[in-house]
Design a protein around this ligand. Sequence first.
Ligand code: C5P
Length: 232
Amino acid sequence: MKSKIIIALDFASESDAFDFLSKMKHEVEYVKVGLELFIKEGAPLLEKLSNLGYKIFLDLKLHDIPKTMEKALAQLKKFPIHFTTIHFSAGPSAFKHLSQFDYPFSTLGVTALTSLSESEVALIYGEGKSAKDLVAQMMTKAASATFPSGCICSGEEITLVRSLQKRNDFLIITPGVRFDPNQSGDQARVMHPFEALRLGANYLVIGRELTQSLDPLSTWNQWKLEYEKIFN
Ligand code: C5P
């Protein structure tokens, strides 16, 4: 299970993140460093996590003009990271521009944030537009034969992405997953994690359901039992 789950280290400081990781013993393989922790701790934290053997998803969700994103991605090449994110809404020309370059990490296009409800999607992207319409447009108008390496989408759009994306190696990473649907919090388009895997997600992002658990290791071990029953 640990090769499928990326743990979102949404903590205020490095010490909080390491406290959590020490409780998890050696169960965590992939970690996601997002805006809060990266702004606080910067690149040295990435080196420390990498030296400890963690595989890193640096989730900065770049969204800017093509040249600025080109330069930002070039700077990221010196970091020991496996994945990073750029917004599809930067537009097809930005994606075409970025596709000219090689990256030592996987580039993931952010589609419609999992926190957006259908009514918010319509409000932002136009009346009558659903999250699925938006994701379909992003797949057909912005994703090319080589770029990006994959996308971030909710569980509800996995089947659609797989049907539109013919690349077998196109990665799907799904956040907004919940074992307990009553704990959706600020996420709107949520799905059970194992359903998302069954539908074809390559990786899941799980944050607060684990990081805010009083006993994260025993929560993880319960999930593992369930996972082994379904997938082994
Ligand atoms: O705590 P929770 O499991 O909801 O955390 C989800 C993580 O995934 C957060 O770090 C959030 O920034 C990230 N994310 C997301 N939706 C996206 C892209 C990333 O929730 N579309």
